[in-house]
Design a protein around this ligand. Sequence first.
Ligand SMILES: [Zn+2]
Length: 472
Amino acid sequence: MHAPSHRPLVLRHAEVLLTMDAGRREIADGAVVVEGPAIAWVGASAELPAAYAEALRDGRAEAVDLQGHVLMPGLVNTHHHMYQSLTRAVPEAQDAELFGWLTNLYQLWARLTPEMIRVSTQTAMAELMLSGCTTTSDHLYLFPNGARLDDSIEAAEAMGMRFHAARGSMSVGRSQGGLPPDELVEREPAILADSERLVDRWHDASRHSMRRIVLAPCSPFSVSRELMRDSAVLARERGVSLHTHLAENDNDVAYSREKFGMTPAEYAQDLGWVGRDVWHAHCVKLDEAGIALFGRTGTGVAHCPCSNMRLASGIAPVGAMRRAGVPVGLGVDGSASNDGAHLLGEARQALLLQRVGYGPAAMTAREVLEMATLGGARVLGRDDIGALAPGMSADLVAFDLRGVAHAGAWHDLVAALVFCQPGNVALSVINGRVAIRDGVFQDVELPPLLARHRALASSLYEGARHPHLRAG
Ligand SMILES: [Zn+2]
């Protein structure tokens, strides 16, 4: 299923080809040739090598014409909780900050089932793919009622999306001074054993890999110091990445100071949670010393501007991070704290929010597009995605800019991608396979998926509000 096309794919006549290659080339009337899972050639359409032109004439290659489109590397999403697509805009959690918001939602999430994980993951991936995303991470940290990370991995395979599945966990319940209710936490030996099982079963470290496992205790306020440290040891033994939430808001920092006597960055360092194989979500309140530490060690950050605004967490100092050499990617974050998951839209919000905090020159369109592609790739520890060049994975998207949203912006179509209101992709190619053509999924039926998602979301919400109505 979802094998790359057996014929070379020639994407040509793109109005602008944004390569994100070493020279950051932007090629007018650009073309890309895809062979198998990788990119074979990149250049101007007029310079297409004769062998490919001949293959097109003989029908041994397939052409896709992209006049009026910007063609670019697929976007990389570095932070999400896809199960939350079932609990968007929940009235009880609309107007709270992080800790109050979580407390209101935990009781809903305690009723998640394996089917809910599968359907919500596929729905969240459909939304991301339409918005230009081709690689995503997902941080799943609660496993009630028999749910497993395998449920979301199988969902990703059905969608054909490049996936870094983060095995989240919570082990410190309310009775131990943590935030989550006791019924949602797991025993730490079971978490570590399941992490090992998942790496054995699913992790693929190879180039062009479609599936990697990440170890991801949920946050300092829901797991113990020991689990953080043991997870880091295990991740390094097995060569997988580490991910968690860090320094999300002032309360988060206060918790760290009170409970551990350290800033979040000091806590991370103390537990071995810095390095090129680690990335932290948010870091809105990462202090100067923390930024320097992350820069020195290559520790990555997933910047989630909409979620930070939604929960009034603050403005992450992304410019200072980038200047210090911190790898920064974008994340839409879970659908319950960012009820929209449009990754190109998230890039637009990142640009706008930096300007609110730090002035009109704080971030350019090209910088934020770099964060959304190469930045995300670096955060996930990959050098085979995020740019279009021979030998890179064939993950490409094209946006048709001939509509009303981009009228008047044709003097700089690359900047228009984020200055104007972002739309959905016309074309998405992932691992050499056309997933979306003319804005339509090629082998996913969206209406039945959404109908099932709607039914599950309403049973989850109504069931939690009226527990006496719970059917068997
Ligand atoms: Zn999150």
